[in-house]
Design a protein. Structure first.
Lengths: 153, 141
């Protein structure tokens, strides 16, 4: 697992996205980045925004509603991930804290990665591998590339 | 505090699963299990609330939704055994409340905050009850 960075300000992540988006604009109406995201991106993004509909105590054990900041940040992260080859559509959910949660299971359901998008932190991840428990890890990052590395290694 | 033996069955409510809130997933066997979305605690929270089948039936657990003003339509109940909790590295103890005599709490070892990845592992050991099992808890094994 590569070392990851931790920050208490995710503006650096958002700013890098804006720069990339701007640099790839063709100037012909539709930016290139829309053409490069995976087929699943739009439906996934729509479903993430539907998390706004969750009411307080949606899990019946005291969960908070999902924060709009987390939804917005997840939209940016999922866009970045959808441009990377080998990344499939995640399972979508929420945490009782009020953040968006995405997860993937692969390798015959023996590996699972869960990420929680916390606007105060960035991405909090938790990975386990039933066949190689020594690779289990948890951490925080602001770089979607760290997530890709886990998903494609 | 009552001790809970390894074979006792533990229950937890699972919200309806939707594309934007995947609370359950299908196993290779065709059965359903809860995802960690349905098994999560708030960050820093020390306990995951569950119920013991020996004291609370799945139907009673879903009936508790009424007091929150929630329609139980589409809600599910997942089960696992106390040994699943312990083998995943948690502790479990009976912690009855006025509204749920079977209420029990799951915590990290030594009462520590629960690490995320262990909740993922516990979720993988769950099974969603069928409609028949919800109606007649004697069918649960």
């Amino acid at each position: 697992m590569s070392p990851t960075c931790v920050t208490d300000d995710v503006s650096a992540f958002s700013h890098s996205n804006l720069l990339e988006t701007s640099a790839m604009d063709t100037g012909e109406g539709l930016p290139v980045w829309w053409q490069k995201s995976a087929d699943w991106f739009r439906e996934c993004e729509n479903n993430i925004y539907k998390l706004q509909e969750l009411e307080p105590n949606w899990n019946s054990y005291g969960a908070k509603p999902v924060s709009f900041k987390s939804i917005q940040l997840t939209g940016e992260i999922i866009y970045e991930l959808s441009k990377m080859s080998g990344i499939s559509c995640p399972r979508i959910g929420a945490s009782p804290t009020g953040n968006v949660v995405l997860s993937w299971e692969w390798n015959d359901f023996t590996r699972e990665l869960e990420i929680e998008i916390d606007p105060a932190i960035g991405i909090r991840y938790s990975y386990f591998d039933e066949r190689s428990p020594e690779k289990d890890c948890e951490g925080e990052t602001i770089d979607p590339m760290d997530i890709k590395l886990i998903l494609t290694n | 505090m009552d001790s809970i033996n390894d074979e006792q069955i533990v229950l937890r409510r699972v919200p309806p699963s939707k594309p934007q809130l995947a609370t359950c997933t299908e196993l290779k066997s065709g059965e359903l299990r809860a995802t960690s979305i349905a098994m999560a605690t708030e960050r820093g929270e020390e306990y995951l609330s569950c119920s013991l089948l020996s004291h609370t039936t799945p139907k009673q657990l879903l009936d508790q939704l009424q007091k929150f003003g929630v329609d139980s339509n589409g809600w599910m109940v997942c089960i696992f055994r106390a040994k699943d909790v312990r083998e995943t590295g948690y502790e479990i103890f009976h912690d009855p409340t006025p509204s749920d005599p079977g209420h029990c709490s799951i915590s990290g070892q030594g009462g520590t905050v629960i690490p995320n990845k262990k909740l993922q592992k516990l979720a993988k050991r769950t099974r969603i009850l069928t409609e028949d099992e919800l109606e007649d808890s004697s069918q649960i094994s």
